[in-house]
Design a protein around this ligand. Structure first.
Ligand code: ZN
Length: 268
């Protein structure tokens, strides 16, 4: 990946709501902690609208989010209305960036095409459920005899590394967390309509927008393994590096937040 230049020391945090509903108190709490951390460090507070779930968009929600932040004095330094060096700040305006990154990862083999119809995936899911197992895609489309025409509708899946690995990271609030890659599914990065999934868009955007810390609600911890698997994938090929700087969270934040500190190599 290529990216804009940024110094490693600069604090850049983002509040990234989806306009699939009105801004609620939980979202505002995340916005507040991000804003405080940016102001405390003389850094940048970025508003990014994650509006790729087109079926669930709520008319007026985007405007309500922007006006609510303004009304509470949590003014972003960069965002959809203000613009900025790392824009655009609506994911629906960044589709070409996701496709470009996906194309690169397809060429390196980190992503692969999957033509499986929904009925096939549903029956696999049901079989897993009956067996009392978590659903893991069976890689039907990875083998040569199962390859269809690239012009036929398909999704792009992440190829989770075959060799099981433990991934450990230090959450600045929760302490040391870990997971095994063997439990990960080859999740979809790019949908058949060309829109990215949440996990993929997040990693691409955090990287291209030079985000330094991710402060978010605890409910996002389970999604971290997928995000990290994207990073893992890129590790050998693209010199992604991860380091975690100490982050002293205020005690009041401990029940609400997990903080992942990203420090990605800018040389991709
Ligand atoms: Zn498939």
């Amino acid at each position: 990946m290529s990216s804009n230049s940024s110094t490693q020391a600069e604090v850049r945090v983002r509040f990234a709501p989806s306009p699939t509903g009105l801004l609620h108190i939980g979202g505002l709490r995340s916005a507040l902690f991000n804003w405080l951390w940016a102001r405390h460090n003389h850094g940048q507070f970025i508003l990014r609208l994650e509006d790729t779930d087109r079926t669930r968009l709520v008319p007026g929600a985007e405007d309500q989010i922007i006006r609510s932040l303004q009304a509470l004095g949590l003014e972003p330094d960069e965002g959809p209305e203000l613009g900025g060096e790392y824009g655009p700040y609506r994911q629906s305006d960044r589709l070409n960036m996701y496709r470009e990154q996906a194309q690169k990862l397809l060429e390196t083999g980190a992503l692969y095409r999957c033509w499986c119809p929904p009925e096939r995936l549903t029956s696999l899911r049901e079989a897993a459920q009956r067996a009392g197992k978590a659903f893991v895609y069976d890689r039907h489309c990875l083998t040569a005899e199962n390859q269809s025409d690239a012009r036929e509708p398909h999704v792009l899946r992440f190829r989770i590394p075959e060799a099981p690995q433990s991934v450990v990271w230090d959450d600045a609030v929760r302490g040391r967390l870990s997971f095994e890659t063997a439990t990960l599914d080859d999740f979809v990065a790019l949908k058949a309509d060309g829109y990215p999934t949440y996990h993929f868009a997040n990693v691409v955007d955090d990287h291209l927008m030079a985000i330094s810390h991710v402060l978010r609600a605890d409910e996002w911890i389970p999604s971290t393994p997928n995000i990290y698997s994207c990073l893992l994938h890129s590790a050998g090929r693209h010199r992604y590096t991860r380091t975690y700087r100490p982050f002293k969270a205020p005690p009041a934040a401990r029940n609400y937040l997990n903080v992942t500190v990203l420090n990605l190599s800018r040389n991709m």
